[in-house]
Design a protein around this ligand. Structure first.
Ligand code: SF4
Length: 513
């Protein structure tokens, strides 16, 4: 913490000794989610996990396999100016999370309050968190400090809700982001965005707040969901004939944008999984419109929906459509995509990408999203299903891979393991997060943006076939390589050692208790 901690602490502290239940150790994302849920309910009451279960339902499929969910909220906090981030959790989780955030260019310090069984069980961990927050709370440096309980402190009931709401004018936001309550990192973004909106909404209710840096002279549309930086600009141009302007993108990049986001005419749920954030907007009396202005049909329907929500004169909506739809049509026609493509990912924008691919000419038989079905993705789901696309919410890795096997696409767009599987089968593949969602998707700019990368990838099929043929005789799995005596797989040995390991683990646990 020392590199984050300024020297100024201007108030007396009372040590807390909060009696906690025995600590919950181990488990986490690799085992015992039920045990951790039970422990959390016992330590914190059932309200927290009940709310998460309602906001982020896991049916009809099991919890998808993706990175630690806390990465989503961590990234949202790290991207906000004048916001400090403090994690409380197991060292291995924090190592993974900080590694990943710096891999993705965080360039910001991640604070960490370590714990041991003793500090967890005696309440000293909470005191340590409190001390860290108090040391950090310098209004010259920060507007807000975000403290995140990871799996073990959540299950042990470390009571972040008891942190002061503000210290020296610095807002303190405590959130629980356990892997056994939040299914994906996408939804963890909503946990933090929702908590910040709730805080900002209370501030607005109490009196005047800071004005936004830039204030449009028209009613605004708040854009919910992270998107390519050019997209809000393009959306703003399409809103202009309606007498509207693009408002802030939530999650925001600075605190006062939250006030501007709340002060909108309507919210566009571009990414459809921000349930807690939508709740805050609805509490603030704002309407929420689903889907997004992608392709011809998507843009037309979205402009209609936004216009209707803001009581815009239909002639103005028609004027916007007359101006932009022909340009989108021309861009799609100039950048055709021919081929069969399966789409899967965990960003929440998978359905929008599929719509754009189909309007570009591609055959898309399958879309899998790790995110849940919501009312805000219904227009996209209905549009896709009307074209025979199988749409799979809360898709598991196995289901995404099975779709690649079933449809034998010319290109598989997906998560890393899906891409790896496809490439092993000599099917060209693109990683959704880095190569697809890092492009404009909306309006005219989005209409032609996918063709180049998608067509280039599909054109690589011959190279995959050549590589496959070249390596054809080198075997796979345990006998991969060139051998004098080809190794034989021995599944019975693996089974035996797995059983011995399990017995040793149980014996060690029995000694521990
Ligand atoms: S905090 Fe993340 S990495 Fe750690 S146990 Fe929970 S889900 Fe797994």
């Amino acid at each position: 913490m020392s590199d984050l901690a300024p020297d100024i602490v201007e108030f007396a502290r009372e040590p807390d000794r909060i009696a906690l239940d025995p600590p919950v150790e181990g488990g986490g994302c690799h085992a015992g989610a039920d045990v951790l849920r039970e422990a959390t309910n016992k330590a914190q009451g059932s309200e927290l996990l009940d709310r998460y279960a309602a906001d982020y339902p896991v049916g009809p499929h099991d919890q998808p396999q993706s990175m630690c969910p806390a990465f989503g909220s961590l990234r949202v906090g790290l991207r906000m100016r004048r916001t400090a981030t403090v994690l409380s959790g197991s060292a291995c989780c924090v190592y993974g999370l900080t590694f990943t955030s710096h891999f993705y260019g965080a360039r910001r310090t991640v604070g960490y309050v370590p714990f041991s069984s003793e500090t967890l069980v005696t309440g000293k961990l909470f005191e340590d968190i409190k001390e860290a927050v108090e040391d950090l709370a310098d209004p010259a440096n920060y507007d807000a400090i975000v403290v995140t309980n990871l799996c073990v402190p959540t299950a042990s009931g470390v009571p972040l809700r008891l942190l002061k709401k503000q210290i020296n004018g610095v807002r303190i936001i405590g959130i629980d982001v356990p892997g056994f309550g939040i299914p994906t990192h996408a939804e963890a973004k909503d946990v933090l965005a929702g908590a910040m909106l709730a805080y900002a909404r209370e501030e607005v209710a109490q009196g005047p707040v800071a004005a936004p840096a830039v204030r449009p002279d028209k009613p605004t549309v708040t854009l919910l969901g992270e998107m390519f930086p050019a997209d809000p600009v393009g959306i703003g141009m399409m809103l202009e004939p309606l007498g509207l302007a693009a408002g802030p993108v939530v999650p925001t990049r600075e605190w006062r944008e939250l006030y501007a986001a709340l002060d909108c005419a309507v919210v566009a749920a571009i990414h459809p999984f921000y349930t807690a954030s939508v709740r805050e907007f609805e509490h603030a009396g704002r309407k929420v419109v689903g889907s997004a202005p992608v392709g011809i049909d998507g843009t037309a329907a979205w402009l209609d929906a936004i216009g209707a929500a803001c009581n815009v004169d239909p002639a103005k909506i028609d004027a916007a459509k007359d101006k932009f739809l022909p340009a989108i049509k021309a861009a799609l026609a100039a950048n055709p995509i021919k081929g069969r493509i399966t789409v899967s990912g965990y960003e929440g924008s998978e359905l929008l990408v599929a719509r754009l691919l189909i309007e570009s000419g591609a055959d898309v038989p399958y879309v899998g999203s790790a995110c849940p079905r919501t009312v805000w993705s219904d227009p996209d789901r209905e549009w896709l299903e009307a074209r025979g696309v199988r749409v799979n919410f809360r898709a598991s890795l196995e289901q995404d891979i099975a779709a690649v096997e079933e449809f034998q696409p010319d290109l598989a767009i997906g998560t890393t393991p899906v891409v790896q599987h496809a490439k092993q089968k000599a099917i060209p593949a693109l990683y959704f997060t880095n190569l697809i969602s890092a492009r404009p998707l909306m309006g005219v700019a989005g209409a032609g943006s996918l063709a180049q990368v998608v067509n280039a990838a599909m054109a690589n099929k011959a190279r995959f076939d050549k590589m496959s043929a070249f390596f054809e005789d080198v075997g796979t799995g345990p006998n991969a390589g060139i051998w004098t005596d080809t190794p034989q797989d021995r599944p019975q040995f693996k089974k035996k050692y797995a059983a011995l390991n399990e017995a040793a683990r149980k014996a060690a646990e029995a000694v521990g208790s």
